[in-house]
Design a protein around this ligand. Structure first.
Ligand SMILES: [Fe+2]
Length: 260
């Protein structure tokens, strides 16, 4: 598995607070079958703000420490960029992408995507970036109306769900929303969003659950195939599954009334 969303890089955001914690998480992930992790530290103007040089220094240090500790797991650069007006300048200036790819992990206000959310994402698309919305199931506006996720997919935004969401870590509504998005084929990635709280067990468990409830192919797409495409700089289909939606009952009954 490849994990595209984690907060394992120490002392940069609300994730790991020490190199020891980070190494422990990497070790746990490796033991559970994760071969590569993107260390997607929060980047939030005014809150978690840093230069690319500062990030890279921490990343290189952790890489060396992981090697010294005998870990095989690959660690790759990444960011979870909070969408704000003008954020494209920071993304360009600091290369806030996933590794060397054009994929960018983005986030917004959990209490509801702001009305100007897409207006601030659109310039990224225009510039050739490929935005991925982190933990889409956790946004209140998407919980109320899951088809808002489809609207974003239709506008070329990828969707990532947190493994813990499928297991009820964030409550019942988030759990249901995660399944709704997935069952409609709107979810492209399953990731840990690890904040050094043992989320790797959840990644394995959620992947198994998806295999059981949907199929193994889907579980593999979300945890292996699609993430590998980021690593290889390849395209990912926005729509990868055909979902048969129930026909409009009201329309049907009117037709029945008219024509029997
Ligand atoms: Fe995150």
């Amino acid at each position: 598995m490849i994990d595209i969303h984690s907060h394992i890089l120490p002392n940069i955001d609300d994730g790991s607070a020490s190199a020891e914690q980070s190494l422990q998480q990497l070790k746990q992930a490796e033991e559970l079958g994760v071969s590569k992790i993107y260390l997607t530290s929060h980047y939030f103007r005014g809150h978690y703000q840093y230069t690319r040089g500062e990030y890279d220094e921490k990343l290189n240090n952790l890489r060396e420490q992981a090697q010294t500790a005998g870990l095989q797991i690959e660690i790759e650069s990444g960011f979870e960029v909070f969408i704000q007006p003008g954020i494209q300048e920071d993304i360009q200036e600091h290369s806030l992408t996933m590794g060397d790819s054009r994929y960018v992990l983005i986030e917004s206000e959990l209490n509801g995507l702001p009305t100007d959310f897409y207006a601030n994402v659109y310039p990224l698309l225009r510039a050739g970036y490929k935005p991925i919305l982190a933990h889409a199931e956790r946004y209140v506006s998407i919980m109320h109306k899951p088809s808002k996720a489809r609207d974003l997919v239709d506008k070329n935004v990828y969707i990532q769900s947190n493994a813990g969401a499928f297991l009820g870590f964030y409550g019942e509504k988030v759990r249901q929303t995660a399944w709704t998005l997935l069952e409609n084929g709107w979810t492209h990635f399953l990731a840990s969003d690890d904040h050094v709280k043992g989320e790797y067990g959840a990644l394995v468990e959620a992947s198994k659950l998806i295999g059981k409830r949907i199929d193994d192919h889907t579980a593999d797409l979300l945890t292996r195939d699609h993430p590998a495409r980021i690593s290889n700089g390849e395209a990912i289909k926005y729509s990868y599954v055909i979902v048969k939606r129930p026909r409009n009952h009201r329309k049907k009954s009117i037709m029945r009334r008219l024509f029997g």
